[in-house]
Ligand binder design. Structure first.
Ligand code: NIG
Ligand code: FE
Length: 382
Protein backbone atom coordinates (compact mmCIF):
# COMPACT_ATOMS: atom_id res chain seq x y z
CA UNK A 1 0.00 0.00 0.00
CA UNK A 2 1.14 3.54 -0.63
CA UNK A 3 2.09 6.09 1.98
CA UNK A 4 0.06 9.30 2.10
CA UNK A 5 1.17 12.55 3.70
CA UNK A 6 -1.54 14.93 4.86
CA UNK A 7 0.15 18.27 4.85
CA UNK A 8 -0.77 21.85 5.84
CA UNK A 9 -3.25 20.80 8.51
CA UNK A 10 -4.16 24.11 10.17
CA UNK A 11 -5.34 22.41 13.36
CA UNK A 12 -5.00 18.69 14.05
CA UNK A 13 -7.31 17.44 16.80
CA UNK A 14 -5.84 14.03 17.63
CA UNK A 15 -8.07 13.08 20.62
CA UNK A 16 -4.80 11.71 22.04
CA UNK A 17 -4.67 12.80 25.69
CA UNK A 18 -0.86 13.16 25.38
CA UNK A 19 -1.17 15.95 22.79
CA UNK A 20 -4.69 16.67 21.77
CA UNK A 21 -4.29 19.68 19.50
CA UNK A 22 -1.42 20.48 17.13
CA UNK A 23 -1.31 23.57 14.96
CA UNK A 24 0.33 23.53 11.51
CA UNK A 25 0.65 19.78 11.52
CA UNK A 26 1.24 16.96 9.07
CA UNK A 27 0.39 13.26 9.33
CA UNK A 28 1.64 10.25 7.41
CA UNK A 29 -0.52 7.18 6.85
CA UNK A 30 1.07 3.98 5.61
CA UNK A 31 -0.38 0.49 5.30
CA UNK A 32 -3.61 1.81 6.77
CA UNK A 33 -2.12 3.13 10.01
CA UNK A 34 -0.73 6.41 11.26
CA UNK A 35 3.09 6.33 10.88
CA UNK A 36 4.13 9.86 11.75
CA UNK A 37 2.68 13.07 13.17
CA UNK A 38 4.67 16.29 13.35
CA UNK A 39 5.02 19.87 12.21
CA UNK A 40 4.03 20.64 8.65
CA UNK A 41 7.46 22.21 8.09
CA UNK A 42 9.05 18.79 8.60
CA UNK A 43 6.55 16.68 6.68
CA UNK A 44 8.37 13.80 4.97
CA UNK A 45 7.88 12.90 1.32
CA UNK A 46 5.38 10.16 0.51
CA UNK A 47 3.86 8.47 -2.55
CA UNK A 48 0.80 10.66 -2.31
CA UNK A 49 0.34 14.14 -0.87
CA UNK A 50 -2.96 15.58 0.34
CA UNK A 51 -2.91 19.32 0.93
CA UNK A 52 -5.32 20.15 3.76
CA UNK A 53 -4.97 23.84 2.83
CA UNK A 54 -4.94 25.02 6.42
CA UNK A 55 -8.15 23.25 7.35
CA UNK A 56 -8.79 21.19 10.50
CA UNK A 57 -8.42 17.42 10.74
CA UNK A 58 -10.06 15.19 13.34
CA UNK A 59 -10.19 11.41 13.86
CA UNK A 60 -13.07 9.61 12.13
CA UNK A 61 -16.12 9.50 14.39
CA UNK A 62 -16.82 6.31 16.32
CA UNK A 63 -20.60 5.90 16.47
CA UNK A 64 -20.86 3.33 19.24
CA UNK A 65 -24.66 3.00 19.43
CA UNK A 66 -26.99 2.50 16.46
CA UNK A 67 -29.96 0.36 15.41
CA UNK A 68 -29.49 0.39 11.64
CA UNK A 69 -31.12 -2.88 10.59
CA UNK A 70 -34.82 -2.13 10.18
CA UNK A 71 -37.52 -1.45 7.61
CA UNK A 72 -40.13 1.29 7.39
CA UNK A 73 -40.16 4.58 9.21
CA UNK A 74 -42.22 6.21 11.97
CA UNK A 75 -42.90 9.65 10.55
CA UNK A 76 -46.42 9.72 12.00
CA UNK A 77 -45.17 8.94 15.49
CA UNK A 78 -42.59 11.72 15.17
CA UNK A 79 -45.19 14.27 14.08
CA UNK A 80 -47.45 13.27 16.99
CA UNK A 81 -44.55 13.66 19.41
CA UNK A 82 -43.67 17.08 18.12
CA UNK A 83 -47.30 17.96 18.86
CA UNK A 84 -46.85 16.85 22.46
CA UNK A 85 -47.29 13.04 22.59
CA UNK A 86 -44.78 11.35 24.93
CA UNK A 87 -42.21 8.76 23.76
CA UNK A 88 -42.81 5.38 25.37
CA UNK A 89 -40.94 2.96 23.15
CA UNK A 90 -44.27 1.43 22.09
CA UNK A 91 -43.58 2.22 18.44
CA UNK A 92 -40.79 -0.37 18.48
CA UNK A 93 -43.52 -2.94 17.70
CA UNK A 94 -44.38 -1.12 14.44
CA UNK A 95 -40.76 -1.32 13.30
CA UNK A 96 -40.62 -4.98 14.34
CA UNK A 97 -43.64 -5.73 12.13
CA UNK A 98 -42.11 -3.90 9.13
CA UNK A 99 -38.70 -5.49 9.65
CA UNK A 100 -40.11 -9.02 9.84
CA UNK A 101 -41.94 -8.44 6.57
CA UNK A 102 -38.87 -7.13 4.73
CA UNK A 103 -36.66 -9.38 2.63
CA UNK A 104 -32.94 -9.77 3.35
CA UNK A 105 -31.95 -7.74 0.24
CA UNK A 106 -34.29 -4.95 1.33
CA UNK A 107 -32.76 -4.86 4.80
CA UNK A 108 -29.23 -4.93 3.37
CA UNK A 109 -30.08 -2.03 1.05
CA UNK A 110 -31.57 0.01 3.91
CA UNK A 111 -28.57 -0.63 6.15
CA UNK A 112 -26.07 0.15 3.38
CA UNK A 113 -27.85 3.44 2.71
CA UNK A 114 -27.56 4.50 6.35
CA UNK A 115 -23.93 3.35 6.67
CA UNK A 116 -23.10 5.43 3.57
CA UNK A 117 -24.89 8.43 5.07
CA UNK A 118 -22.77 8.00 8.18
CA UNK A 119 -19.53 7.86 6.21
CA UNK A 120 -20.48 11.09 4.46
CA UNK A 121 -20.70 12.68 7.87
CA UNK A 122 -17.33 11.47 9.03
CA UNK A 123 -18.13 8.20 10.79
CA UNK A 124 -15.49 5.53 10.23
CA UNK A 125 -16.45 3.01 12.93
CA UNK A 126 -20.02 2.00 13.67
CA UNK A 127 -21.71 -0.34 16.11
CA UNK A 128 -24.98 -1.91 14.93
CA UNK A 129 -27.59 -3.62 17.12
CA UNK A 130 -30.32 -6.10 16.32
CA UNK A 131 -33.61 -5.71 18.18
CA UNK A 132 -36.31 -5.28 15.54
CA UNK A 133 -36.73 -9.00 14.92
CA UNK A 134 -37.66 -10.47 18.30
CA UNK A 135 -37.88 -14.05 17.02
CA UNK A 136 -34.94 -16.43 16.82
CA UNK A 137 -34.82 -16.28 13.03
CA UNK A 138 -35.51 -12.55 12.68
CA UNK A 139 -32.88 -11.57 15.24
CA UNK A 140 -30.36 -13.92 13.66
CA UNK A 141 -30.84 -12.53 10.17
CA UNK A 142 -30.66 -8.91 11.40
CA UNK A 143 -27.33 -9.64 13.09
CA UNK A 144 -26.03 -11.50 10.09
CA UNK A 145 -26.82 -8.40 8.02
CA UNK A 146 -25.20 -6.10 10.59
CA UNK A 147 -22.04 -8.25 10.37
CA UNK A 148 -21.73 -7.41 6.69
CA UNK A 149 -21.09 -3.81 7.73
CA UNK A 150 -19.15 -3.97 11.00
CA UNK A 151 -17.47 -6.24 13.49
CA UNK A 152 -19.13 -4.20 16.28
CA UNK A 153 -22.43 -6.08 16.31
CA UNK A 154 -24.74 -6.22 19.29
CA UNK A 155 -27.39 -8.78 20.13
CA UNK A 156 -30.39 -6.80 21.44
CA UNK A 157 -33.02 -9.54 21.43
CA UNK A 158 -34.04 -8.03 24.77
CA UNK A 159 -35.30 -4.80 23.20
CA UNK A 160 -38.97 -5.22 24.17
CA UNK A 161 -41.20 -8.21 24.89
CA UNK A 162 -42.95 -9.14 21.62
CA UNK A 163 -46.73 -9.08 21.58
CA UNK A 164 -48.42 -12.31 22.65
CA UNK A 165 -45.69 -13.53 24.97
CA UNK A 166 -45.02 -13.16 28.69
CA UNK A 167 -41.83 -11.38 29.72
CA UNK A 168 -40.49 -14.42 31.54
CA UNK A 169 -41.19 -16.71 28.62
CA UNK A 170 -39.45 -14.27 26.27
CA UNK A 171 -36.43 -13.83 28.54
CA UNK A 172 -35.96 -17.62 28.51
CA UNK A 173 -36.06 -17.56 24.70
CA UNK A 174 -33.59 -14.65 24.48
CA UNK A 175 -31.14 -16.14 26.97
CA UNK A 176 -31.45 -19.60 25.40
CA UNK A 177 -32.12 -20.47 21.75
CA UNK A 178 -32.06 -16.89 20.44
CA UNK A 179 -28.68 -16.17 22.00
CA UNK A 180 -27.32 -19.42 20.61
CA UNK A 181 -28.50 -18.61 17.08
CA UNK A 182 -27.15 -15.04 17.21
CA UNK A 183 -23.83 -15.84 18.86
CA UNK A 184 -21.81 -16.37 15.65
CA UNK A 185 -22.70 -12.85 14.48
CA UNK A 186 -22.43 -10.89 17.73
CA UNK A 187 -19.65 -9.32 19.78
CA UNK A 188 -21.89 -7.61 22.35
CA UNK A 189 -25.04 -8.36 24.33
CA UNK A 190 -27.36 -5.48 25.24
CA UNK A 191 -30.69 -5.14 27.04
CA UNK A 192 -33.24 -2.33 27.29
CA UNK A 193 -33.50 -2.14 31.09
CA UNK A 194 -36.39 0.27 31.58
CA UNK A 195 -39.94 0.41 32.85
CA UNK A 196 -42.05 -1.01 29.99
CA UNK A 197 -39.16 -3.15 28.72
CA UNK A 198 -37.04 -5.43 30.97
CA UNK A 199 -36.70 -5.17 34.75
CA UNK A 200 -33.48 -5.59 36.70
CA UNK A 201 -33.73 -9.37 37.20
CA UNK A 202 -34.72 -10.04 33.60
CA UNK A 203 -31.94 -7.80 32.32
CA UNK A 204 -29.41 -9.51 34.59
CA UNK A 205 -30.45 -12.93 33.25
CA UNK A 206 -29.98 -11.86 29.65
CA UNK A 207 -26.63 -10.18 30.28
CA UNK A 208 -25.34 -13.11 32.37
CA UNK A 209 -26.27 -15.60 29.64
CA UNK A 210 -24.57 -13.47 26.99
CA UNK A 211 -21.42 -13.03 29.04
CA UNK A 212 -21.31 -16.76 29.80
CA UNK A 213 -21.50 -17.43 26.06
CA UNK A 214 -18.53 -15.12 25.44
CA UNK A 215 -20.17 -11.80 24.57
CA UNK A 216 -19.32 -8.50 26.22
CA UNK A 217 -22.06 -6.42 27.81
CA UNK A 218 -23.56 -2.98 27.20
CA UNK A 219 -26.89 -1.73 28.56
CA UNK A 220 -29.67 0.68 27.50
CA UNK A 221 -30.16 2.35 30.86
CA UNK A 222 -31.99 5.23 32.53
CA UNK A 223 -33.44 6.69 29.34
CA UNK A 224 -37.02 7.26 30.40
CA UNK A 225 -36.57 7.55 34.15
CA UNK A 226 -34.36 6.64 37.08
CA UNK A 227 -33.91 2.91 37.50
CA UNK A 228 -31.53 0.02 38.05
CA UNK A 229 -29.97 -0.05 34.54
CA UNK A 230 -26.82 1.96 35.17
CA UNK A 231 -25.94 0.14 38.37
CA UNK A 232 -26.61 -3.19 36.70
CA UNK A 233 -24.22 -2.21 33.88
CA UNK A 234 -21.56 -1.47 36.50
CA UNK A 235 -22.25 -4.70 38.39
CA UNK A 236 -22.00 -6.79 35.21
CA UNK A 237 -18.76 -5.17 34.01
CA UNK A 238 -20.40 -3.69 30.92
CA UNK A 239 -18.30 -1.56 28.59
CA UNK A 240 -20.96 1.13 28.46
CA UNK A 241 -24.24 2.30 29.96
CA UNK A 242 -26.16 4.05 27.20
CA UNK A 243 -28.65 6.96 27.42
CA UNK A 244 -27.97 7.92 31.08
CA UNK A 245 -30.59 10.66 30.91
CA UNK A 246 -31.91 10.26 34.47
CA UNK A 247 -29.09 9.62 36.96
CA UNK A 248 -28.93 9.65 40.73
CA UNK A 249 -25.73 10.55 42.58
CA UNK A 250 -25.33 6.82 43.32
CA UNK A 251 -25.49 6.03 39.59
CA UNK A 252 -22.78 8.58 38.87
CA UNK A 253 -20.59 7.26 41.68
CA UNK A 254 -21.02 3.71 40.35
CA UNK A 255 -20.00 4.80 36.82
CA UNK A 256 -16.95 6.66 38.15
CA UNK A 257 -15.87 3.74 40.35
CA UNK A 258 -16.36 1.05 37.74
CA UNK A 259 -14.95 2.88 34.72
CA UNK A 260 -18.07 2.02 32.71
CA UNK A 261 -18.44 4.56 29.88
CA UNK A 262 -21.58 6.71 29.92
CA UNK A 263 -22.77 6.90 26.31
CA UNK A 264 -25.00 9.91 25.74
CA UNK A 265 -27.40 10.03 22.81
CA UNK A 266 -28.60 13.60 22.36
CA UNK A 267 -30.38 12.79 19.10
CA UNK A 268 -32.86 10.80 21.20
CA UNK A 269 -33.56 13.71 23.53
CA UNK A 270 -33.95 15.98 20.50
CA UNK A 271 -36.48 13.69 18.79
CA UNK A 272 -38.39 12.68 21.92
CA UNK A 273 -38.49 16.20 23.35
CA UNK A 274 -36.90 14.96 26.56
CA UNK A 275 -34.50 16.71 28.90
CA UNK A 276 -30.87 16.25 27.81
CA UNK A 277 -28.46 14.32 30.05
CA UNK A 278 -26.04 16.42 32.07
CA UNK A 279 -22.63 15.58 30.66
CA UNK A 280 -20.97 18.19 32.83
CA UNK A 281 -22.05 16.40 36.00
CA UNK A 282 -20.61 13.13 34.64
CA UNK A 283 -17.31 14.61 33.44
CA UNK A 284 -16.80 16.48 36.69
CA UNK A 285 -17.30 13.22 38.58
CA UNK A 286 -14.58 11.55 36.50
CA UNK A 287 -16.84 9.45 34.27
CA UNK A 288 -15.74 8.76 30.68
CA UNK A 289 -18.39 10.07 28.30
CA UNK A 290 -19.14 8.94 24.74
CA UNK A 291 -21.56 10.50 22.27
CA UNK A 292 -23.36 8.41 19.66
CA UNK A 293 -26.33 8.88 17.32
CA UNK A 294 -28.61 6.02 18.51
CA UNK A 295 -29.77 6.05 14.87
CA UNK A 296 -33.14 4.26 14.76
CA UNK A 297 -36.51 5.03 13.18
CA UNK A 298 -38.25 5.79 16.49
CA UNK A 299 -36.34 7.85 18.99
CA UNK A 300 -33.46 9.27 16.92
CA UNK A 301 -33.49 9.04 13.14
CA UNK A 302 -30.19 10.81 12.55
CA UNK A 303 -26.93 9.41 11.21
CA UNK A 304 -25.04 12.61 11.92
CA UNK A 305 -22.32 12.70 14.55
CA UNK A 306 -21.69 16.41 13.83
CA UNK A 307 -25.35 17.10 14.71
CA UNK A 308 -24.93 15.17 17.98
CA UNK A 309 -21.73 17.06 18.78
CA UNK A 310 -23.57 20.34 18.26
CA UNK A 311 -26.42 19.23 20.54
CA UNK A 312 -23.95 18.12 23.21
CA UNK A 313 -22.25 21.50 23.23
CA UNK A 314 -25.49 23.46 23.21
CA UNK A 315 -27.52 21.39 25.66
CA UNK A 316 -25.30 19.06 27.68
CA UNK A 317 -22.69 21.36 29.15
CA UNK A 318 -19.78 20.06 27.06
CA UNK A 319 -17.03 22.17 25.57
CA UNK A 320 -16.45 21.63 21.84
CA UNK A 321 -13.23 19.74 22.62
CA UNK A 322 -15.02 17.48 25.11
CA UNK A 323 -17.80 16.77 22.63
CA UNK A 324 -15.47 15.88 19.75
CA UNK A 325 -13.36 13.77 22.13
CA UNK A 326 -16.53 11.96 23.28
CA UNK A 327 -17.55 11.34 19.65
CA UNK A 328 -14.17 9.83 18.77
CA UNK A 329 -12.07 8.55 21.68
CA UNK A 330 -15.14 8.16 23.91
CA UNK A 331 -16.88 5.98 21.34
CA UNK A 332 -13.74 3.87 20.96
CA UNK A 333 -13.62 3.35 24.73
CA UNK A 334 -17.30 2.40 24.74
CA UNK A 335 -16.37 -0.33 22.22
CA UNK A 336 -13.14 -1.24 24.04
CA UNK A 337 -11.14 -0.32 20.96
CA UNK A 338 -7.66 1.19 21.13
CA UNK A 339 -6.98 1.19 17.38
CA UNK A 340 -9.58 3.82 16.44
CA UNK A 341 -10.98 7.09 17.84
CA UNK A 342 -7.59 8.74 18.13
CA UNK A 343 -4.74 9.81 15.83
CA UNK A 344 -1.44 8.61 17.20
CA UNK A 345 1.39 6.58 15.67
CA UNK A 346 0.04 3.05 15.33
CA UNK A 347 -3.71 3.79 15.27
CA UNK A 348 -5.79 3.14 12.16
CA UNK A 349 -5.56 6.04 9.72
CA UNK A 350 -9.22 7.10 10.06
CA UNK A 351 -9.47 10.84 9.63
CA UNK A 352 -11.73 13.61 8.51
CA UNK A 353 -10.70 16.84 6.79
CA UNK A 354 -13.16 19.55 7.76
CA UNK A 355 -14.14 22.46 5.58
CA UNK A 356 -13.31 24.66 8.56
CA UNK A 357 -10.24 25.98 10.37
CA UNK A 358 -11.20 24.31 13.66
CA UNK A 359 -13.20 21.37 15.03
CA UNK A 360 -15.12 24.00 17.04
CA UNK A 361 -17.03 24.77 13.85
CA UNK A 362 -18.83 21.43 14.15
CA UNK A 363 -20.84 22.98 17.00
CA UNK A 364 -20.51 26.60 15.94
CA UNK A 365 -21.93 26.00 12.43
CA UNK A 366 -24.62 23.36 13.05
CA UNK A 367 -26.36 21.88 10.04
CA UNK A 368 -23.63 23.01 7.65
CA UNK A 369 -21.91 20.27 5.61
CA UNK A 370 -18.36 20.66 6.93
CA UNK A 371 -17.07 17.18 6.06
CA UNK A 372 -14.67 17.67 3.15
CA UNK A 373 -12.89 14.30 3.00
CA UNK A 374 -13.12 11.06 4.96
CA UNK A 375 -10.28 8.52 5.08
CA UNK A 376 -10.59 5.08 6.62
CA UNK A 377 -7.61 2.79 7.07
CA UNK A 378 -5.55 5.11 4.89
CA UNK A 379 -8.02 5.03 1.98
CA UNK A 380 -10.30 7.84 0.96
CA UNK A 381 -13.96 6.80 1.29
CA UNK A 382 -15.65 10.20 0.88
O1 NIG B 1 -32.19 3.49 21.90
N1 NIG B 1 -34.25 2.45 23.93
C1 NIG B 1 -34.62 1.61 23.15
N2 NIG B 1 -34.37 1.55 21.87
C2 NIG B 1 -34.13 2.62 21.00
C3 NIG B 1 -35.40 3.13 20.43
C4 NIG B 1 -36.04 2.20 19.57
C5 NIG B 1 -37.27 2.70 18.89
O2 NIG B 1 -38.02 3.57 19.40
O3 NIG B 1 -37.52 2.15 17.81
C6 NIG B 1 -33.35 3.72 21.64
O4 NIG B 1 -33.83 4.83 21.88
FE1 FE C 1 -30.58 2.67 21.36
Amino acid sequence: MTATVFDHIGLLFTADPEREEIENAALVAEDGVVRWIGPSSRAPAADERVDAEGRAVIPGFVDSHTHLVFAGDRTGEFVARMAGEPYTGGGIHDTVAATRKATIPELVTNTAFLVAEMAEQGTTTVEIKSGYGLTVEDERRCLEIARQFTEETTFLGAHVVPRGMSADEYVRLVAGPMLEACLPFAKWVDVFCERGAFDEDQARQVLAAGIKAGLQARVHANQLGEGPGVRLACEMGAASADHCTYLTDADIAALADSGVVATLLPGAEFATRSPYPDARRLIDAGVTVAIATDCNPGSSFTTSMPFCVALAVRYMGMTPAEAVRAATLGGAKALRRTDVGMLRVGTRADLVILDAPSYVHLAYRPGVPLIAQVWRGGRRIV
